[in-house]
Design a protein around this ligand. Structure first.
Ligand SMILES: C[S@@+](CC[C@H](N)C(=O)[O-])C[C@H]1O[C@@H](n2cnc3c(N)ncnc32)[C@H](O)[C@@H]1O
Length: 235
């Protein structure tokens, strides 16, 4: 990671992988609807495949892999800070009919090697970065987009009138009430992770940072509570 960049999160959060997998399979964070929309956007822009793809914070690629089998990119590069996640991603992506590269890397460093991509995708990762690092993310993503390229950003965002404290309270109340089928210990581990690692911003701030980095937001976000898909291209 670049020396001048500090992240709110670093390292292996995901001793939590088993719990996170449950959250994804039970669709508490709306992965199904959001990834369906990602697939629709990819089809609309790259009907015949043939796009290079960088997946930042790819995790285990459990949700993205089936989409990529249906609309295969020309190349896939996934980066993550968790070796556990990268091991699982290697298994989940092994049947993709394209070169697959997986690297242990911070997302900001992965955007700084001079390579460009037709699609930069990042799902539920950006909220781990400190506010100024999010601005740096947009600057680097803007430079790493090939002409005609797309930045697809799925993430949690707090409401415009919510402080981080409000957000944590509201999100935890919702988990407590609606995330059925998780044990007390699993919910407590999720609370601990979110309290220490999640720094979601209001959508307007992310849009402003993206605009300052030369990115234009495309319309069409359908929010699912605090969970959004934002799409950007170079202005
Ligand atoms: C909530 S999981 C999301 C995984 C997957 N993208 C998804 O949508 O299900 C967040 C992932 O981001 C990774 N991560 C967090 N901060 C990161 C950073 N600064 N650079 C690279 N990966 C990071 C974590 O290790 C974890 O695998």
């Amino acid at each position: 990671m670049d020396a001048q960049v500090t992240n709110a999160y670093s390292g292996e959060i995901f001793d939590l992988w088993d719990t996170y997998k449950k959250v994804v399979v039970k669709d508490f964070m709306f992965h199904a609807a959001l990834s369906q929309e990602v697939e629709r956007v990819l089809r609309a822009r790259f009907q015949g495949g043939d796009f290079s793809l960088l997946d930042l914070g790819c995790g285990d690629a459990h949700v993205f892999a089936p989409i990529l089998r249906r609309i295969p990119p020309a190349s896939y590069k996934g980066v993550d800070l968790s070796d556990t996640a990268l091991g699982l991603a290697a298994e989940n992506l092994q049947s993709l009919p394209c070169p697959v590269q997986l690297a242990h890397s911070d997302i900001l460093s992965a955007l700084s090697d001079g390579a460009t991509y037709d699609v930069i995708h990042s799902s539920f990762v950006l909220h781990h970065l400190a506010t100024e690092d999010k601005a740096e993310f947009f600057r680097r993503a803007s430079r790493a987009l090939a002409p005609g390229g797309l930045l697809l950003l799925v993430d949690t965002m707090r409401q415009e009138d919510e402080t981080r404290g409000d957000y944590l309270k509201h999100y935890f109340d919702w988990i407590e009430k609606d995330w059925a089928g998780l044990s007390r210990a699993e919910k407590d581990a999720i609370f601990e992770h979110i309290s220490t690692s999640d720094y979601p911003e209001p959508l307007s701030l992310l849009e402003q940072q993206a605009r300052a980095a030369g990115l234009k937001r495309l319309p069409g976000d359908v929010p699912h509570r605090w969970h959004h898909l934002m799409r950007f291209e170079r202005a």
